[in-house]
Design a protein around this ligand. Sequence first.
Ligand code: HEM
Length: 410
Amino acid sequence: MNSATEDTLTIPEHVPRELVCEFDIWDEISAAGVCAHQRAARFHDELPPIFYVPKLGYLPGAWVPQKTEDLRRILRDTQTFSSQSTMPFAAMLGEHWKLIPLELDPPEHTKYRALINGLLSPNKVTAIEAAIRQHAGDLIDTFAANKRCNFNQEFADKFPTLIFLRLMGWPETEAPRFVKWTHTLVKSQDMEEVVGAVAQIRNYLMQKIQDSRANPVDDFTGYLLNSEVDGQLLTDDELLGYCFLVFIGGLDTVASSLGFHFMHLALHPEHQADLRANPDKIPIAVEELLRAYSIVNMRRIVTCDVEIRGVQMKAGDIVLISTELGNTDPEVFDDPCEVNFDRGDGNAPHMAFSFGAHRCVGSHLARRELRIALELWLQKVPVFRLAEDCNPVMRAAGVFGMDELIFEWD
Ligand code: HEM
């Protein structure tokens, strides 16, 4: 996470000038506010299928492929497009642990991924469904009678945090601390503050790992402590890599998705009415909202010179995998900017949870949280809208988010 220095703005010699995008696409998307995803979708008309951005927020330059077909090819080819060293957290502390399994490539990735598939399987999610319902319902009950809520503060930030703590077997009273850390990681522009939060999270997780070693219990960490890869128990750094990843992968992503999905419904009362009248449509509506409001932007490092769609990429180049661009490719999705709960089978499955080896292992949990949140809101809260004094702020970064959402109802 180095700041945008002169160096990072240097355009490599092999990048043809006609493929260079002159503006910072994330600034442009942020400036579009509640229409951010529609703005991103227009890049398909305005920019080449693969273009180059000299900088992305504080990150260095990268290739940006827009076509679903190219993105899938890249995600499938883990040898040429590596996930190693794509995340900044350990480096911020001068350490060398990896987010596991995210920063591993197959065949290593496959062995480590197998260990957590079972921990986040549909059956495991069903086992905690009652708790998910309880947390969502209790939170909504705290503000339903107020006819107004600060959505992120009162619901979206707390809900996935409580589920995460439940999943890890840690006390709910830790929630405020986790919400604060997530905020700092996602929103702070102050690098010192971000590094401080990363250090605190690391120390907290390491302490939990030590506690589990001393007093083994049957929870997430306890399971990993007894797990082996190639006949070896996991090291502390590996355990930290798993826990840190579930923390950053499972909290902000769900909170941000909730923000976009509920903002959409606040701006489209006809869609609220449709789902209130047909609650059985909620699962399919969640899929369409995940597609239309995709939030995750991953990176891959090119390991050897390669050509895609006539574009030469060189070893060491960075490629941005933007799920919001992949999910608005007009060659794959008809009227991609339209949110259509009746979108037929003619459209391909979306890639909001990525594709290939690293496809989101938490997708079963995320879907269940998003469905239950929607279901209970529509039961407990009447038709809601954006409050008149609400000025939502769009945040385009590795994970897109919408801040300052205030809803009100009669
Ligand atoms: C709406 C919510 C979510 C979205 C949109 C989302 C999206 C994604 C995406 C796009 C990836 C692929 C990253 C890459 O290829 O580099 C990913 C991976 C991952 N996600 Fe999620 N995620 C969500 C929720 C969750 C939750 C709730 C958890 C866990 C509790 C989770 C845990 C993970 C993990 C561990 C990986 C790494 C998988 C691997 O490398 O094999 N995610 N997620």
